[in-house]
Design a protein around this ligand. Sequence first.
Ligand SMILES: *[C@@H]1O[C@H](CO)[C@@H](O)[C@H](O)[C@H]1NC(C)=O
Length: 349
Amino acid sequence: MTSEAMFWFRFAHLLLQILTVNAKVPAIIVFGDSSVDSGNNNHVSTSLKSNFAPYGRDFYGGKPTGRFSNGRIPTDFISEAFGNKPIVPAYLDPTCDIKDFATGVCFASAGTGYDNATSDVLSVIPLWKELEFYKEYQKKLRGYLGKEKANEVLGEALYLISIGTNDFLENYYIFPGRSSQFSVMEYQNFLVQIARNFVTDLHLLGAQKIALGGLPPMGCLPLERTTNIFFGSDCIEEYNSVAKDFNEKLNGMVTDLNKKLAGIKLMFSNPYDILSQIIQNPSSFGFENAEIACCGTGLFEMSYMCNKKNPFTCSDANKYVFWDSFHPTEKTNKIVADYVVKNCLSQFL
Ligand SMILES: *[C@@H]1O[C@H](CO)[C@@H](O)[C@H](O)[C@H]1NC(C)=O
């Protein structure tokens, strides 16, 4: 190593130490859907899984963990940015125990939504059940650390929630049930009320630092573009505008709850704008393709359709914004996580 490289290496190391010492959250606790599921669906009877190649091919050891990406997901990067471990383990992973979960745990389940009817579609873990698992976790943590220390960890932990896309794309716009019952605006209000109750319940259980995630520009997911093939595979603007409206409502609810719930530090963490910038201008972020995904033809494959027998999968996922037809690549996940840490979560650092 040259002396200059040595200097930067030491400098980076020192910086990391300072960051680690200053990391103020004892644990990262995650709720949500496939955007943040680190492998819970591996242990659920559902067809929505990703614990096989080529998923995870750029993860540590090339391991398919059940994350819906070629590598790490945003919550892993956020955990690392907080000086915590670089991956957040899945609560249902039988190889982990409370010792592993004491600094970070993920209750998320791919395919789930705010609405119980959404989690029913692919028989995944409903959001209310994620909260039941969290209560069980609290008990185990108290057993492991003692009541006082555990309560301190639970009160100081950073809670990340990312969910909602499936309520629209897997449920409302696919099945007649909710769409015959609600206009899309009414459905948004219905979901926001569930989000509000969820955050309130979480706060009652002791959570204080909570980041509630917004929806991505979901009309630009490759799968949605594919259904728009007769219109040049453009983004579906209706879905994007629903995502924007929904995000505004969530943001309003967040402002309101901050006034109503004593001691809560609730942040709205919005991935919409950064993802939209990446999709509109992929080359300025180092990508070559934002329209189709890396896996398979890139038009529709995800879960079991994205498998290693598929001959069309791209060789360098870093050139693609999307890994499968519904989920970003690790590179995109890192950019989004960095953005969210800087613009939203930095006050918790
Ligand atoms: C979802 O289901 C659970 C368990 O049956 C129930 O307690 C909850 O009220 C339901 N949520 C909504 C919004 O209907």
